[in-house]
Design a binder for this molecule. Structure first.
Ligand code: NDP
Length: 286
């Protein structure tokens, strides 16, 4: 807890990160373009740095959390000395940006880890906050204990793009589940049933489906999709009802139609007698 930590970027997330390090007892140096955003943290014991260069000099570990990678370059590609510093960039972006920024930092003598925060600011500092990291393992190991003040810290591998890749895969899950829930909610609301009535039922389904994932993943990894539970052609008959019911209700049917269209294509490709995860072939096409 005596390892100094520097935070560049004090937006909603950066302030939460700095707060969690302070709470864990670390000496914390902060810098933000709009200096006034440091006021509350300074009152809590953080050290304000007048310039990015001063902030970097305060210690060996610097956490970067800005709007996007352009902002990261605006702040760090300014001739400041990065030699010997470890940058942990928790700014959201895609994997190519992460790899480019890693190369850029390495060329300037910095150590670089890229990360992704899968949590909201209020969860930072609790186990609920999952924070993904990727990049050179020794650099992660050197700071894992310190980074642990932020939440559940996970290391994914040497490729600095991995954290962003997992982040996007996770967001795909999150939005898909939410969209499915909203679709079901809209359908029931059209019949006068409120969202709160459907929510517990929807949660039960989501939990049930989550339980299928390990077995289905095994089918995908083995490239073999025996219909142990249900054949795709059986599923598609239910999808027809799903599309019809949504259309009859006069609500948006884009999502039900997309679900059915992908299954139809898999059946046309000869997969009707196989199990649902065979659709991975449809998802793998450009
Ligand atoms: P905010 O909009 O609250 O803060 C943005 C920060 O970036 C501010 O410190 C801002 O400085 C700074 N900034 C933007 N552009 C520049 C620039 N050109 N030069 C210098 N500083 C710049 O965003 P958040 O804190 O919410 O998000 C930060 C990152 O964390 C994002 O990548 C976001 O995707 C990620 N994240 C956020 C989550 C959330 O729930 N908030 C959840 C998971 C990830 P200034 O104050 O001067 O404007």
């Amino acid at each position: 807890t005596d390892t100094p930590v520097t935070i560049l970027g004090l937006g909603l997330m950066g302030q939460a990160l700095a707060g969690a390090f302070l709470k864990a007892g670390h000496p914390v140096t902060v810098w933000n373009r709009t200096a006034s955003k440091a006021d509350r943290l300074v009152a809590e014991g953080a050290q304000p740095a007048p310039t990015v260069g001063d902030a970097l000099k305060a210690g060996a570990l610097t956490i970067v959390c800005l709007t996007d990678y352009q902002a990261v370059h605006d702040v760090l590609d300014t001739g400041v000395n990065l030699d010997g510093t470890t940058l942990v960039n928790l700014t959201s972006g895609d994997s190519a940006q992460a790899r480019d920024t890693a190369r850029w930092a390495w060329q300037r003598g910095a150590r670089y880890l890229d990360g992704a925060i899968m949590a909201i600011p209020s969860a930072i500092g609790t186990a609920e906050a999952v924070i993904l990291h990727s990049g050179p393992k020794p650099d992660f190991d050197a700071h894992a204990a310190t980074l642990g003040a932020l939440g559940t810290v996970t290391y994914l591998g040497e490729d600095p793009g991995l954290a962003s890749l997992y982040d996007v895969a996770g967001l795909t899950m999150m939005w898909s589940v939410l969209n499915a829930w909203l679709q079901g909610t809209a359908l029931l609301r059209a019949a006068g049933i409120d969202a709160a009535t459907f929510a517990p039922f929807a949660a039960q389904i989501a939990t049930g489906v989550a339980g299928w994932l390990p077995g289905y993943a095994e089918q995908i990894d083995n490239g073999s999709f025996p219909a142990e539970v249900s054949a795709l052609e059986t599923d598609v008959r239910a999808m027809k009802h799903m599309v019809q019911e949504n259309e009859t209700a006069g609500i948006n049917a884009e999502l039900p139609k997309l679900i059915k269209a992908m299954a139809d294509r898999a059946i046309a490709a000869g997969h009707g007698k196989e199990q649902y995860p065979v659709l991975i072939e449809e998802f793998t096409k450009p």
